[in-house]
Design a binder for this molecule. Structure first.
Ligand code: PLP
Length: 235
């Protein structure tokens, strides 16, 4: 199957684009013999205003992703009042000094990638009584500037997180922009399998169908739903 991101034409509404993404997920799932319901679409709304999120919610979308804690804190509390079933995923790097706020405002963490963060999360979970499901981010491309634990350190890091009693549910990756994503998705899946983890957070606007073919349970799609971002988000 070829990678064909849905056209984010300026005239298409968020609702139209969501429907197109859902169709593409269903097609990829069918091709892989998977149930499309086994794939959660996370709408990545970073840089877009709460109005855009509200529009997606009106179209039935409930899972949203943000890569900055501050932006999540600012945008979602009012939306949660009317939609308590909203699920907010943190998909960007988490600094230990933001853990407390992240645990209050987010529901799922996708970027657990180092022991100091694991320890801080464990502390905050026991203090607050809120235990958020965590994905461990793996730097499958071993890019020095990118977050995530190294692939060869993943088994030990997963074990360390489990020893801290963290609810580790799966693995997450962001493949290098200039490479074929498939080998990275396959590597992530292999590491997950040998560690008994069955959730995979992988696939973005340009490659989510490939990710679904290779077992993604969570795809993180931004621009194909909300349109192009006018400024690059901080990493
Ligand atoms: C922004 C972002 C996405 C969504 O990217 P698009 O290409 O706009 O779909 C997915 N994952 C992470 C970690 C991101 O920061």
């Amino acid at each position: 199957m070829t990678v064909s991101p849905p056209e984010a034409s300026p005239e298409a509404s968020i609702s139209d684009r969501l429907a197109a993404v859902h169709r593409q997920i269903a097609e990829a799932a069918a091709e892989a013999g998977r149930d499309p319901a086994s794939v959660t679409l996370i709408a990545v709304a970073k840089t877009f205003p709460a109005e855009a999120v509200a529009e997606a919610m009106a179209a039935g979308q409930r899972h949203f992703g943000e890569n900055r804690v501050q932006e999540g804190m600012a945008k979602y509390p009012a939306l949660r009042e009317t939609h308590p079933d909203l699920v907010l995923h943190l998909i960007g790097p988490l600094q230990t000094n933001k853990v407390k706020q992240a645990v209050v405002h987010f529901d799922v963490i996708h970027t657990l990638d180092r022991v100091s963060l694991a320890q801080e999360l464990a502390r905050e979970f026991s203090k607050s009584g809120r235990r958020l499901p965590c994905f461990i981010q793996v730097n499958t491309g071993e890019e020095p500037q990118k977050a995530g634990c190294a692939p060869q350190e993943a088994d030990a890091f997963i074990a360390a997180c489990r020893a801290l009693d963290l609810p580790v549910v799966g693995l997450m990756c962001v493949p290098p922009a200039e490479q074929e994503p498939a080998p990275h998705f396959a590597l992530l899946s292999k590491i997950a399998k040998r560690n008994g983890l069955n959730q995979l957070s992988m696939g973005m606007s340009g490659d989510f169908d490939t990710a679904v073919m290779l077992g993604a349970t969570h795809v993180r799609v931004g621009s194909a739903i909300f349109g192009g971002r006018s400024y690059p988000p901080a990493a």
